[in-house]
Design a protein around this ligand. Structure first.
Ligand code: ARG
Ligand code: ZN
Length: 868
């Protein structure tokens, strides 16, 4: 069959970036009529199409029942088209074609949560990347932009009928049914189409843009959750202001709606004017959600809002360019969040995510460039590399340019490409022209995989009072990408006087002139030497400040130098990084723990007074999972566990009375700033768990009192973890109380599942208890993840009985929800690093699964995993 539609689908189903071709037909307008009934949904569409390039008229469609098809008023018969499971090809189509298509779909039995699906009493859509083709036949690719008019019709028991854009009219149609017609004036690709049909309450507000447009803001959720939508609403208004102030981007419609749904595969979706969110990314309230969840809600609200410009008004030419919108939007939401809490801590958290997920991904069999050049299933490429490394590339360019020039670059991007579907090259080109700085070398970051190693050596010459740095970069060879090139790496750095702790003013001609504020050296060769003059005493150098590039830094810091940086570095991120470097030495190189304990003891009081949240992060002892990601062979989970436990015990004993004293003297209620209060809560929870380690009998009493005495979820959950994970006598009653209190609060109940699944001594039986609990639900991804995430928190468990749990789930989800099934399997990606016999056992389990699965999603992931 002639598959002239592009990107070309090869026989082996792999799609290649190099095969991109312009779509043969443009769509001038779309009119949709969606009629929801209890056992089916009718979708009628009218497309005004026009030839614009060579090729056939091809519409993509999956799982659709075709009822009728007309072109320019003529009904087509089977001889006039070719239909297979993926597409509809219209033979001899005219250059101007008005298509009328009638199909029937089944949202009520759609378990994949892709396309239009029913979740409880709610019908919602998730169309990115390829869900729209499950609603109707359409050139479902991001470079086909059109204006959409949508009529939604349903039973009046669903009072809310929403779609993108502005409401044109609404009314009754008899038989207890009603309709609404929405018109979206902005051209958009089909992946941004959304509609919602259901019985929801709404929180309303409004916002006046810098251009004077009065925008109605609406957040839809079930009635009892409306009080939990205020933080999201404030974050939305804050995001709108922020994008005006930082990027000059006002909102463009008269209404902005957000809908919260409890069954959702991912975090949230930026559909034009009608975002659809996982409840976990909207609902925020101190009583029901933790501080971390509250921060996440604000950043996801901002993320989806920022997509309105970076993603929607300027979209991606094809799905290979996914990191164009995601990398830039993540960078923007990270910058936004730096204004909400301690900026250093925001950066610490973002880098921790990068190092815990993206670095391991990039060093194993699933490694791919931020812009991949081929894929089988695009859903498998919503990865840490596309999102997080994509964000880092933008951050590097922003760091190098400094605020003003970066803004000139983004202004040029919006000026040039508004209303278009573009590529990563277009982005770099606009940044280059706008800023006047050639950034073309950064394209290499998008096109090749792997985390570069950056090796640096420092030499001080007392005679010439100069300090010299020798830099070298390298990439691990990769058979699939033989032509790896060296990369432009912005190295932000500072020199400190080792005696006084003071920071030197840098004298070095090699530093970038663009970023005048910080000392940034653009290292863009394989090797380089730079020299600083006027360094009167042997300095301590602080490299890669704020993690100015996503690289593995090798610098031979002495323990004393690290201790110095923990105490004197004024860049909070690097202060934290120094603790992490020390901790890795202790845990992976068997160094004694004392240096770390002494260093934080000396530093804590000052940091606690200034930035309690940062102080709490200085206790970050790398998770066992993260440590495992640093071990490439013969990994033995129980050994890592033992070492880490030993360090935590030494820390607990080394800190002595400090723990209880701090616990008793810290009070979140005395903080008037949310970031500080968060920090105090985090510190108190840390102190409680250290006291439990000290064997302090009072620890459990204090935890129990904290559990029952607080209405704040971070405090309650922190105390519950101490009780449950230490098998305290009060644990059972507290768990029961938690269940009774929150049994109707799905997100809080997720935590109840998670705490138990994450018990260090969990067993196959205790997990079976959870998964056969009446509140466990395989149709709700959040609930599935609360248990898998809990199990995964203890690698000793994850790599024993966890393997079976993950594999059985993946097998089930392969059929019911392959997007979630495929992602779940990623928990086992590093099987090949295990010591024998575990390595072979897990490999066998994966190979067994391979013979049983059917979805492209799971097959592609398994195949890649087993290539290791
Ligand atoms: N664009 C969404 C976001 O990052 C993510 C949608 C991902 N959906 C998926 N099915 N992979 O904001
Ligand atoms: Zn996004």
């Amino acid at each position: 069959m002639n598959i002239a539609a592009n990107p070309v689908i090869q026989a082996d189903q792999t799609i290649y970036l190099k095969d991109y071709q312009q779509p043969a037909y443009a769509v001038d307008s779309v009119a949709l009529d969606i009629q929801v009934f209890s056992d089916h949904t009718k979708v009628n569409s009218k497309l005004a199409m026009q030839r614009q390039a060579a090729g056939d008229l091809v519409l993509l469609g999956r799982d659709l029942e075709l009822v009728a098809l007309r072109v320019n008023g003529m009904t087509l018969t089977a001889a006039d088209y070719q239909l297979d499971s993926e597409q509809l090809l219209i033979l001899n189509a005219p250059a101007q074609a008005k298509l009328e298509i009638e199909v029937i779909i089944h949202p009520e039995s759609n378990t994949m949560l892709e396309g239009l699906y029913q979740a409880g009493d709610l019908f919602v859509t998730q169309n990115e990347p390829e869900g729209f083709r499950k609603i109707t036949f359409y050139p479902d690719r991001p470079d086909v932009l059109s204006v959409f008019t949508t009529r939604v019709e349903a039973d009046k028991k669903y009072p809310v009928l929403l779609a993108n854009g502005n409401l044109l009219e609404a009314g009754e149609v008899g038989e207890g049914r009603h309709y609404a017609i929405w018109e979206d004036p902005t051209k958009k690709p089909s992946y941004l189409f959304a509609c919602v049909i259901g019985d929801l309450a709404v929180l309303r507000d409004h916002y006046v843009t810098s251009e004077g447009r009065d925008v109605a803001l609406e957040i839809y959720a079930i009635e009892k959750d409306i009080p939990k939508c205020h933080i999201a609403m404030n974050a939305l208004k804050h995001s709108m202001r922020w994008d005006e102030e930082h990027y000059g981007r006002p909102y463009d419609l008269d209404i902005y709606m957000i809908v919260a749904v409890s069954q959702f595969n991912m975090g949230a979706m930026e559909n034009k004017g009608l975002n659809i969110f996982n409840t976990s990314c909207v609902l925020a309230d101190e009583e029901y959600t933790t501080d971390a969840a509250i921060m996440r809600v604000q950043s996801v609200i901002a993320h989806e809002y920022f997509h309105n410009w970076t993603g929607n008004r300027i979209t991606c030419r094809d799905w290979f360019q996914l990191c164009l919108k995601e990398g830039l939007t993540v960078f923007r939401d990270q910058s936004f969040s730096e204004d909400l809490q301690s900026a250093a801590v925001q950066r610490i958290d973002d880098v921790a995510v990068l190092k815990a997920h993206q670095f391991p991904e990039d060093s194993g069999p699933l490694s791919h460039p931020p812009r991949p050049d081929h894929f089988v299933e695009i859903n498998n490429f919503y990865t840490a590399t596309v999102y997080e490394k994509g964000a880092e590339i933008n951050r590097m360019m922003a760091t190098l340019l400094g605020k003003e020039k970066f803004r000139k670059g983004t202004d040029e991007y919006f000026r040039r490409y508004d209303g278009q579907a573009v590529t990563v090259e277009d982005w770099i080109d606009a940044l280059t022209t706008g800023s006047g700085v050639d950034l073309s070398a950064f394209l290499k970051w998008y096109n090749q995989p792997g985390t570069p190693k950056l090796e640096v050596q420092g030499t001080y010459d007392a005679v010439t009072q100069s300090y010299r740095l020798d830099l070298k970069q390298s990439l691990k060879a990769n058979a699939k990408y033989p032509n790896l090139q060296h990369l432009p790496i912005p190295v932000a750095l500072a020199l400190f006087n080792a005696e006084t702790g003071e920071q030197y003013t840098l004298h070095c001609s090699a530093l970038s002139e663009n970023n005048v504020k910080d000392g940034v050296y653009l290292f863009d060769q394989e090797q380089a030497v730079i020299e600083f003059t006027g360094v009167t005493e042997k300095p301590v150098v602080s490299l890669l400040r704020s993690f100015s590039a996503p690289v593995n830094l090798k610098f031979n810091y002495s323990d004393d130098e690290l201790a110095f940086l923990i105490q004197f570095e004024n860049n909070g991120f690097n202060q934290w990084q120094a603790t992490q470097t020390l901790i890795e030495r202790i845990l992976l190189e068997d160094q004694p723990a004392q240096s770390y304990i002494d260093a934080i003891k000396a530093t804590l009081p000052a940091v606690m007074a200034k930035d309690p949240l940062l102080a709490s992060r200085l206790f970050d002892v790398a998770s066992e999972g993260y440590l495992a990601s640093r071990i490439d062979q013969d990994y033995q989970p129980h050994l890592v566990n033992q070492k880490r436990e030993a360090l935590l015990n030494s820390l607990a004993h080394g800190l002595g009375d400090f723990c209880k004293q701090s616990y008793l003297s810290l009070d979140a209620a005395l903080q008037n700033d949310f970031s500080q209060a968060m920090g105090v809560r985090a510190l108190r929870n840390i102190m409680l768990s250290l006291m439990a380690r000290q064997g302090d009998t009072q620890a459990f009493e204090l935890a129990d009192a904290q559990y029952h005495g607080s209405n704040n979820m971070s405090e309650r959950l922190g105390a519950l973890k101490v009780l449950v994970w230490n098998d305290a006598p009060q644990a059972k009653a507290a768990l029961q109380d938690f269940y009774n209190r929150f049994k109707d609060e799905a997100l809080a109940l997720d935590q109840w599942f998670m705490v138990q699944a994450a018990h260090p001594k969990a067993t196959a039986a205790s997990i079976a208890y959870l998964t056969s609990h009446p509140d466990y639900d395989l149709g709700t991804p959040n609930r599935i993840r609360s248990v898998t995430g809990g199990v995964n928190a203890n690698p000793v468990n994850a790599w024993s009985f966890g393997v079976q749990h993950f594999i059985e789930l993946a097998k089930y989800l392969d059929e019911k929800n392959p997007i979630v099934g495929s992602r779940l399997l990623l928990l086992l990606t590093r099987w090949y690093t295990l010591a024998e016999p575990q390595r072979s056992e897990v490999k066998q389990a994966l190979q067994g699964l391979q013979t049983e699965v059917k979805s492209k999603n799971v097959i592609e992931t398994l195949n890649s995993m087993l290539e290791a």
